[in-house]
Design a protein around this ligand. Structure first.
Ligand code: HEC
Ligand code: HEC
Length: 173
């Protein structure tokens, strides 16, 4: 398998697949006769600005399912619906090439940041640790952990000193 630009935890992929399976986001209508169980045909991307331009439709799809899983969102968080393209379920299909949604542009910035972090920083630490690959690859999920807005991190309150508050000399409560 060709190495994808981002490594995704298997769990995130499974989650994304489950999310995807529950909603109909087919971009193209099924072939005449409805090949429902045959291999899906993913059109080659036409509007990649940050991902490698030579990715196949299937590779882009796998990356997208990873992002959706890492952020705990559906495809329509970043991709705008096309009201002129109504699917079999009566709902508009998504226009994946459209740049109408801010979230899509934000995701481009995030992807660029993540790739730079991996190359310029994480890889250097892994090299110091004498590892070919970092022990914990940096992904969208490293920060987002299944949320569109990364949760604010609050450190646990410091463990009380033995003897309870006031046990430390000079500390007044
Ligand atoms: C967090 C935002 C985000 C989510 C969620 C997301 N995408 Fe994307 N998608 C993008 C961005 C950004 C690009 C463009 C990447 C680039 O510019 O290189 C893109 C590009 C695409 C493209 C290529 C379009 C073209 O012709 O250039 C397809 C197809 C696509 N996404 C499908 C999906 C599917 C299917 C899902 C749900 C499983 C999904 N996306 C979820 C942000 C997202
Ligand atoms: C180093 C941590 C980090 C990584 C890695 C990261 N993000 Fe983010 N992301 C953030 C933070 C922090 C914000 C919140 C910025 C703000 O205050 O709006 C954010 C915001 C976003 C938003 C906007 C959310 C909104 O409220 O509309 C999107 C979309 C997004 N990230 C997508 C991604 C994608 C896709 C990836 C992987 C390609 C990624 N992020 C990787 C930290 C990260």
């Amino acid at each position: 398998m060709k190495k994808l630009p981002l490594a995704f935890p298997a769990a995130a992929m499974l989650f994304a697949a489950a999310v995807f399976a529950s909603v109909s986001y087919a971009q193209t209508p099924p072939a005449a006769g409805g090949e429902r169980h045959g291999p899906r045909n993913y059109p080659a991307p036409t509007n990649l600005k940050v991902l490698p331009k030579d990715l196949t439709g299937k590779q882009v799809r796998e990356i997208m399912e990873g992002w959706a899983g890492d952020l705990g969102v559906h495809c329509d968080t970043c991709h705008a619906a096309d009201p002129k393209n109504i699917g079999p379920n009566g709902r508009p299909r998504l226009d994946f090439a459209s740049d109408a949604k801010d979230e899509k542009e934000m995701a481009r910035i995030m992807y660029t940041m993540t790739e730079a972090d991996k190359k310029d920083y994480v890889a250097k630490v892994a090299a110091m640790d004498k590892m070919d690959e970092p022990a914990a690859p940096l992904t969208c999920g490293t920060c987002h952990r299944g949320h569109l807005d990364p949760e604010k991190f609050t450190p646990a309150p410091e463990h009380p000193q033995q003897g309870g508050p006031g046990a430390m000399p000079g500390m007044q409560h």
